[in-house]
Write a protein that binds this ligand. Structure first.
Ligand code: AHR
Length: 508
C-alpha cells in the first residue's frame, strides 16, 4: 500500500562499478592531521613504525583505505617538495600561512608520505603545486617519485635512501585554483592545467591519472571551461592525448554559513534537518556537473573526483581556529552515508572521492587526544567500515516508494536514502534513516535473484549528537540488527529513528 516505504531492487541488473576509490581519504598539513595524527616522529613514546602511528595505520587498514590525498588542500599550492627530502634535521622551515600560521619543519615529506601509503596499503594521490610552484618543479617531483634509471631526480632519490621508484597512480594539478590555489579565472586555469599536465610525465610503466583542480560546489562554468579545453572528445572517444584525465569538485556540508557554520554538538533538530538537506545536495551537484560533462564527453572518459567533501563545523571551543578540529557525531555518520549513496548512484562518472580529513581535522575517521594520545574511532569511521563491501561492486538501482518527506528550507527532504551493490553472490543494501523521531520499517522488494541468507547491522544512538570519546569509545558503534524478517516481496527491515542500517545478502 502507498503508506508502506518500499525499496525495489533488481538484483540481476548490475550497473556501473563503484570504484573503491570513492572511499578515499585526504590528509593535509593542517592542525593535527599529519603532525600528531599520522606522524609522531621516531622518538615518540606512542607506538609507531618509523615515526608513523601504528594504531592509526591499523584502524585505517581495517577500512581498506584505497587511496590517500596529500599534502593539501590549500597547503599543496604553498608546498615545495624539495623542502621535505633529505636528512630531517637539515630540512628548511616554512610558515603554514593557511592553517594556524604555524612553522612547518618539513619533518613529514615525500619519503614519509610514501612510507605511510605502503604501511596503509593505500594508493598515493599526490597534489602538485600549481599556485606558487613551477612547471619544472612539478615535473621534477614526478621524476623523483617514479623514475627507475639514473636520471638526475632518480639519482637524488637514491641518495636519499630509496632505490626503487614508487608507483604513483594519482596526480593532482593544483587545488581550489579559483581560491587559495591562486585566485585564477577558469579560462586561465584551464590553460595552466593543460601545460602542467603535459610535463607531469609518465616514467617507465608508471601511468599518471591527472586530476585538474575543479569547481567549487555549483560552479558549472568552471567545469564547462575545463571540459571545453579538451576539444572535441565526442569525435574520437579513444583519443589518447587528453592532457589530464579527470576534474575535481569540492563541496562541504554545514548547517549555517561560512561565517558561523554551526556547532558539531548541541545542535537543534532544525539544524539536523538543514544539514541532511545540504548533504543530499551532493546528489544534485553530481547530476549538474555530470550533465555539463556529458555534453562534451558523451562516452564518459573524463572522471569526476570529489576530492574534498564532508562536514565543516565551528571548531571545538578552546582549540586553535586554524586547526579545524571538530567533534563527530551520529549526524556526521548520516551525512557520510547520504554522500556515499550519491557516489554509488553516480558511479559511472564519479571515479574517486576523498572525505576531508582523515585524522583530527574536519569530518575525521579518527580523533586522537593531544594529551594522552588516546585514539577514538568516530561514527563516520563506522559508516565507512559498514560499507566496505561496496568497494568495486556493481551499483544496483534502488527505486524508493512511499518515502515520507519533511519540508526543509522550502524543499521536501526525503527521510530515507538508500543505495545497493552486488559482487558475485553477495549484495549490500545501505539505508539511511534521517527522521529524528519516528521509527519505521521498509520493505525490500528484491527481484531477479534468490536470497539464501541475510544479516544486518545498525548504527544509532539515543541522542542526535552522540559521539565517541576516550572515556566512552563505543557510544556510537555498529551492532547486529535483529529487526529484519522475511516478507512476501523479500525482506522487511526496521529502521529506528536517526539510524544507519546495512543489510548483506547471500544470493543464488
Ligand atoms: O580541507 C580544508 C580546506 O578546505 C582545504 O585545504 C581546501 O582545499 C578547502 O578549502
Amino acid at each position: 500500500d502507498a503508506a508502506t516505504t518500499t525499496a525495489i531492487i533488481d538484483l540481476d541488473l548490475p550497473g556501473a562499478t563503484i570504484s573503491r576509490h570513492v572511499y578515499g581519504h585526504f590528509a593535509e598539513h593542517l592542525g593535527r592531521c599529519i603532525y600528531g595524527g599520522f606522524w609522531v616522529g621516531e622518538e615518540s613514546a606512542v607506538p609507531h613504525v618509523r615515526g608513523i602511528r601504528s594504531d592509526v595505520v591499523a584502524a585505517l587498514r581495517a577500512l581498506q583505505i584505497p587511496n590517500l590525498r596529500w599534502p593539501g588542500g590549500c597547503f599543496a599550492d604553498d608546498y615545495h617538495w624539495r623542502d621535505g627530502i633529505g636528512p630531517r634535521d637539515q630540512r628548511p622551515r616554512m610558515v603554514n600561512s593557511h592553517w594556524g600560521d604555524v612553522v612547518e619543519d618539513n619533518a613529514f615529506g615525500t619519503h614519509e608520505f610514501m612510507d605511510l601509503c605502503e604501511l596503509l596499503g593505500a594508493e598515493p594521490y599526490v597534489s602538485g603545486n600549481v599556485g606558487s610552484g613551477t612547471v619544472a618543479e612539478m615535473s621534477d617531483w614526478v621524476e623523483y617519485l617514479t623514475r627507475a634509471d639514473d636520471s638526475p631526480m632518480a639519482a637524488l632519490r637514491r641518495a636519499n635512501g630509496r632505490d626503487e621508484p614508487w608507483r604513483v597512480p594519482f596526480w593532482g594539478l593544483g587545488n581550489e585554483a579559483w581560491g587559495c590555489g591562486g585566485n585564477l579565472r577558469a579560462e586561465q586555469f584551464a590553460s595552466l592545467a593543460r601545460q602542467y599536465a603535459t610535463y607531469a610525465r609518465n616514467h617507465g610503466d608508471n601511468s599518471l591519472y591527472r586530476i585538474a583542480a575543479g569547481a567549487d560546489s555549483g560552479d558549472l562554468h568552471w567545469t564547462e571551461t575545463l571540459m571545453r579545453s579538451f576539444g572535441d572528445l565526442a569525435a574520437d572517444p579513444d583519443e589518447p592525448v587528453r592532457p589530464f584525465q579527470a576534474l575535481s569538485l569540492h563541496y562541504y556540508t554545514m548547517s549555517g554559513s561560512w561565517g558561523d557554520k554551526g556547532d558539531a554538538t548541541g545542535f537543534s533538530t532544525d539544524e539536523w534537518y538543514t544539514t541532511m538537506a545540504r548533504a543530499r545536495h551532493m546528489d544534485e551537484l553530481l547530476t549538474r556537473h555530470s550533465t555539463v560533462m556529458d555534453r562534451y564527453d558523451p562516452h564518459r572518459k573524463v572522471g569526476l573526483v570529489v576530492d574534498e567533501w564532508g562536514t565543516w563545523w565551528n571548531v571545538e571551543k578552546g582549540t586553535n581556529p586554524g586547526f579545524l578540529y571538530q567533534q563527530n557525531t551520529l549526524r556526521d555518520a548520516l551525512v557520510a552515508s547520504v554522500h556515499l549513496d550519491a557516489f554509488h548512484r553516480h558511479a559511472e562518472r564519479v571515479v574517486m572521492a576523498n572525505i576531508a580529513q582523515t585524522v583530527n581535522v574536519l569530518q575525521a575517521m579518527i580523533l586522537t587526544d593531544p594529551g594522552t594520545g588516546a585514539l577514538v574511532l568516530t561514527p563516520t569511521y563506522h559508516v565507512f567500515a559498514m560499507n566496505t563491501a561496496h568497494h568495486d561492486a556493481a551499483a544496483l538501482a534502488v527505486h524508493l516508494r512511499g518515502v515520507p518527506t519533511r519540508a526543509v528550507d522550502g524543499s521536501e527532504l526525503p527521510l530515507v536514502s538508500a543505495s545497493a551493490s552486488v559482487k558475485a553472490d553477495a549484495a549490500l543494501i545501505s539505508l539511511s534513516h534521517l527522521d529524528t523521531e519516528t521509527d519505521r520499517s521498509v520493505v525490500l522488494d528484491l527481484r531477479g535473484r534468490a536470497v539464501v541468507a541475510y544479516e544486518a547491522r545498525v548504527l544509532t544512538a539515543p541522542t542526535l549528537d552522540a559521539h565517541n570519546t576516550p572515556e566512552q569509545l563505543d557510544a556510537v558503534a555498529p551492532t547486529v540488527h535483529h529487526g529484519v524478517r522475511p516478507h512476501p516481496r523479500g525482506l522487511e527491515v526496521d529502521l529506528p529513528a536517526h539510524s544507519y542500517v546495512t543489510v548483506s545478502l547471500d544470493l543464488r
